[in-house]
Structures are given as structure tokens and as C-alpha cells.
Ligand binder design. Structure first.
Ligand code: SF4
Ligand code: SF4
Length: 394
């Protein structure tokens, strides 16, 4: 297939947190809100006058200092963020919205704050998120978003948090979601016109750039894809779903595809399911309630512990994998992630035995791109899936 026109530009953009589009928005006078978790409704962090950037640590090498402060028994994503903070990599953000959902992330952001690694006037806002998607959980979320997100942004930066302002942010969010959905749907084709890697780059960019500034690129890419011809013969041997803990490095998807498996669908935080689904608003109910309900009910984080959520997470992965004609599922977590540690173990069992999927259960480093060990494990999994497709023993 011919290269996508904007792919190289986006790949370069994702090499930095403070990328060209982020700098442009800041030059326009907008405030930058750092974010580290799916749970705080992203749309509330993209009101007129502010934009969100999902913090990452691209090109991470050593995590020595992050490990010194957080020990070697903590999640590598958190350690990599702290390391990048110690290098001065987050001084461009104006505040950080951090859900008190993950204690390791709370430690990381506390270190960023206490070690004075962020810009002048900067603040960290902790937002307590629920553990159940019942009425209490939704009401708690509404209160948190009102007091700790909207009121705080208004007090700190004078941001307009009215319904009209929220509707404007929802309109931009929805256009991004529609374009990502249109592009992502091509992955259902058995001769797909987009690679899983290309899709991962496009989707990740929507979390890491001001959305309005990215939209022209997304629109042009969607247009380009409408007439893009797929390769005559598919270069992949099998199709897989990738699910689990957050992935913010498209090179992981590239590694899987280079090994022979097409990544047909993504079910991880900062992927497209459920992060890039439209927000439908009605005029009959308070807007914040509608947004919070959507985020709480759709959230696939293992922190939600009520039975329907626990079972629903496996059902969701199963239904996506079937919808996208997958042959197997890669269920992965970052080393030392507590939530996904137990979710991966349970998910592996349920998806294998109750849903009959071949599953690769992967405990991985934060930086995966060149890992020989991960490549070998993916290769072995592909062979197992191929054997099953050919009717051999699994
Ligand atoms: S897995 Fe849970 S805590 Fe981690 S980013 Fe996703 S929603 Fe947040
Ligand atoms: S990967 Fe796990 S431990 Fe790390 S920040 Fe996300 S939810 Fe927390």
C-alpha cells in the first residue's frame, strides 16, 4: 500500500509530549491539561481555552531515577513518567488531572508535584473515581467532575464551564470519534486498507494533540483512505485483538504486525475502544450527568469491581474480537500493574475456557519496540493460532 500522506508527520509528532501542535495551541494562549488515565472525561479537559495531553515518555531509555524514587516494584509507565519529569519533560503543562484510581500513579504524580518538576503556577488535581457503575458511583463521579474538574479549571484559569462551552467541546470530540471510527472500521475488512500500526498512530495522536488542530489531518486521512487500495495479498498470517493495560507506544503494535499478526482491534486505554465513541447528548437531562454516566458505564478499567463489570469486560473483548474477525487475543499488561495483573489472569482463564479463544497473556515492559523476548512469544502464539486455524491441536 502507498504510505499515508501524514503518517511520517504524526510519527514525528508522537516523539515528543510538547509537540508542534501542543506548542501552537499554547502560543494561542490556551492552557494545557496533562492527563494520565481514561477515567476523567476527556471532553471536560478540552473546553474552550484548554486542551488535554495524555502524558507519555516516548524514547525512554533508562528509568534509574524514577526507580530510585518509586522502587523497582512499581509500574514502569509511572516510573518512566517520573524519569521524564526529572529530565524536565513536563514543564509545558499547566496542571495535571489525576484520578485517584491507581495508587502507583498517585505516587508518581505526588513525586512530580513535591519534587517541583512542573511549570510555575502548576497544580495537580486528584479526582476520586468510583469503583462501581451503580447510581452511587455515577453520582459520585458527577460531584467529582463538578467540584474537582470544572470548578477547579474555572478558578485556576477562568475557563467557561457552562453547558454551552461543554457542548462545543463535545462537538469537536464527536468529530474526532466519527473520523477515528470510520478509519478504524476498515480493519474489519479481510484485506484491510490500513495497518493496525497506522491506526494506532492516528488514534494515539488524538490523545496527545489539541483536537481541533489535529482535525484537518484526520479529515484528509479519512478522505485518502476512502480510495486507498489494499495490497493484493494480505501480508499477515492471522488477525488478533489486543486488549489490556494502556498502550501509548505504537511500536508495540508494529512489533506484533511485523511478526505476522494483523492487529484488527484495540481494547486498551488510549486506544479506540471505548475511548473514541461519540457522546450523544439529549436536551432532557443535565449535560454533566450524561457525560459522567457514559464514562462510568463504558469504562473497562479493572478498578471497577462489581460483578457485572468484571464479567462485562470479558464479554466486551469477546464481542470485539468476533466483530473484527480475529483468530486470537493478546491480553497484556505493563509489569507491576496491580489492576491488570489480576484482570489478565482472570481474563486469560475466562476467554480461553468460557469463550474458547486462543489467548496470549503477556506481562510486558513499558518500552516494547525492540524486545526480542516479546517478539519470540508473539511468534510462538501466531504459530499456535495458525495451527488451530488449520484444524490442528491448540
Ligand atoms: S487501566 Fe484504569 S487506571 Fe489505568 S489508565 Fe485505564 S482507566 Fe485509568
Ligand atoms: S499501567 Fe496499571 S499501575 Fe500503571 S498507571 Fe496504569 S493502571 Fe496504574
Amino acid at each position: 500500500m502507498r504510505d499515508l500522506r501524514h503518517l511520517y508527520y504524526l510519527e514525528n509528532l508522537l516523539q515528543e509530549n510538547n509537540n508542534e501542535l501542543v506548542r501552537k495551541a499554547r502560543e494561542e494562549g490556551r492552557r494545557c491539561v496533562g492527563t494520565v488515565c481514561y477515567q476523567i472525561p476527556e471532553v471536560l479537559l478540552n473546553l474552550p481555552g484548554i486542551f488535554s495531553v495524555r502524558l507519555r515518555a516516548p524514547r525512554t531509555g533508562s528509568m534509574e531515577m524514577g526507580t530510585y524514587y518509586m522502587t523497582s516494584l512499581t509500574c514502569e509507565y509511572c516510573r518512566a513518567l517520573l524519569e521524564r519529569g526529572l529530565e524536565g519533560g513536563y514543564r509545558f503543562i499547566d496542571c495535571l488531572m489525576e484520578p485517584a484510581s491507581c495508587s502507583q500513579m498517585a505516587d508518581c504524580t505526588e513525586n512530580l508535584e513535591k519534587l517541583d518538576l512542573l511549570g510555575p503556577g502548576f497544580f495537580v488535581q486528584h479526582v476520586d473515581t468510583p469503583m462501581k457503575d451503580d447510581l452511587n458511583g455515577i453520582e459520585h463521579m458527577i460531584k467529582m467532575c463538578r467540584v474537582r474538574v470544572l470548578d477547579r479549571l474555572h478558578e485556576a484559569f477562568g475557563i467557561d464551564v457552562s453547558d454551552e462551552a461543554i457542548k462545543k467541546a463535545v462537538a469537536v470530540h464527536n468529530e474526532v470519534c466519527d473520523l477515528i471510527t470510520e478509519i478504524g472500521n476498515y480493519r474489519k475488512d479481510l484485506r484491510p486498507r490500513i495497518t493496525g500500526y497506522e491506526f494506532a498512530v492516528l488514534c494515539l495522536a488524538t490523545y496527545c494533540c489539541p483536537k481541533d488542530l489535529l482535525l484537518p489531518i484526520l479529515r484528509e486521512t479519512a478522505q485518502e483512505l476512502r480510495t486507498r487500495e489494499p495490497d493484493e495479498k494480505s501480508p499477515w498470517r492471522v488477525r488478533v485483538a489486543v486488549a489490556g493495560a494502556e498502550i501509548d507506544d505504537p511500536d508495540f503494535i508494529k512489533l506484533i504486525e511485523d511478526t505476522g499478526a494483523y492487529v484488527a482491534v484495540d481494547r486498551y486505554c488510549f486506544g479506540s475502544f471505548p475511548g473514541r465513541s461519540r457522546i450523544e447528548l439529549s436536551d432532557n437531562e443535565d449535560i454533566l450527568t450524561q457525560i459522567c454516566r457514559k464514562y462510568v458505564t463504558e469504562c473497562q478499567c479493572p478498578r471497577f469491581m462489581n460483578t457485572s463489570k468484571v464479567a462485562g469486560r470479558k464479554e466486551y473483548i469477546d464481542s470485539l474480537a468476533r466483530e473484527y474477525s480475529c483468530d486470537g487475543i493478546i491480553l497484556q499488561q505493563i509489569n507491576f500493574c496491580n489492576f491488570w495483573g489480576y484482570e489478565r489472569a482472570g481474563g486469560m482463564h475466562v476467554l480461553t475456557h468460557d469463550y474458547s479463544w486462543p489467548v496470549l497473556s503477556l506481562d510486558r515492559p513499558y518500552v516494547v519496540g525492540v524486545s526480542g523476548q516479546i517478539r519470540t512469544r508473539v511468534q510462538a502464539f501466531i504459530e499456535r493460532v495458525e495451527l488451530k486455524k488449520l484444524g490442528g491441536n491448540d
